[in-house]
Design a binder for this molecule. Sequence first.
Ligand SMILES: Nc1ncnc2c1ncn2[C@@H]1O[C@H](COP(=O)(O)OP(=O)(O)OP(=O)(O)O)[C@@H](O)[C@H]1O
Ligand SMILES: [Mg+2]
Length: 381
Amino acid sequence: MIGAPEGLWATARSSHDPWRPAERRRERPERRRERPERRRERPERRRVASGVQTGRRRYHRNVADTPELQAPLIHARGLTKCFGTFTAVDGIDFDVAPGEAFGFLGPNGAGKTSTMRMIGTVSPVTSGELTVFGLDPARDGARIRARLGVVPQADTLDNELSVLENLLIYGRYFGLSWSESRRRAKELLEFVQLTERSNDKVEPLSGGMKRRLVIARSLINEPSLLLLDEPTTGLDPQARHLLWDRLYRLKQRGVTLCLTTHYMDEAEQLCDRLVVMDQAKIVAEGSPRQLIDKYVTKEVLELRFNRADNETDDSAHLGNRLEGLAERVEQLPDRVLAYTADGEAASAKAHERGLRPASVLVRRSSLEDVFLRLTGRSLVE
Ligand SMILES: Nc1ncnc2c1ncn2[C@@H]1O[C@H](COP(=O)(O)OP(=O)(O)OP(=O)(O)O)[C@@H](O)[C@H]1O
Ligand SMILES: [Mg+2]
């Protein structure tokens, strides 16, 4: 059986995967029943599709302009996921509004993928409330999936097929005719700048190209909500920027983005609003700016000391000298972080106190600092 949505999210195909072909057949009657509703949704779907296909401006009205008029696309209260006795997601609350870019920022094992899989309806909710498009994932999985685009953490492309074929097969899964599938596939390959690789096999593509292809594949059904699990992990800076640009364009065209990342710069670039997750819980919520303003100072002075220097090797002694240097001082194994409104002034003060660091850096505070403040640990270990 060649590629298709049952591979989404899965690192290995499992008999429990709800997107297996057998279950797809069972879901068909349900899809037919929902036709009237799907017709009602068409204006929104067309707007998204037209944006992707033609870039026509009149379709680009951002639905987030009137968030108060919009019910949340995703609504979670006390959402919990357990694997046996282990709790991977522990009673989290969040809402994602139409048109926004919402992120889960957190380190390895925080529970991000477990949360995304519940939203994607491929992993049952253990307890708590979850609705997607106002629907219940347990009852309305097929209806939700029809309107979702999914970019899983691990690429699940079919290496046996060409770039174009990967999209065509996907289009067929969503019930598109071959000609419609082909039309959309061509437009999407254009959108992710892979037209020239259309007939190539997937295997030799670069990591960034594969990621772009998975994004194109996730858009074949013209979803209004795109779930992206670690969209740029492992990519080089150029590939990441290209992907960010495509995601930004999608957002401009009204597609709601819900993504996970452990890159603070990605969260800052892409997310209107995010939650910081750690050890299965949400520890903070807000826009990147709000989180920085709330939890850290405007600037950070970073001091690195030469460990061979006996005087500075004594961390207690160093601690004394750092006291009062800034609003808050963190001593990490490899550097000292002094949180202050004025990094240059703190640097001058450190010099006056006789501190002679091997390197000095004054920078703006980031979400990394927020995470450190909230958890006492660094985001990327
Ligand atoms: N199917 C499973 N069975 C048992 N435990 C699981 C399963 N899936 C995830 N877990 C555990 O749940 C926790 C959260 O995992 P999850 O994949 O959601 O984290 P994550 O935030 O996505 O991490 P990463 O950044 O590494 O992708 C981890 O401790 C993981 O080992
Ligand atoms: Mg994950």
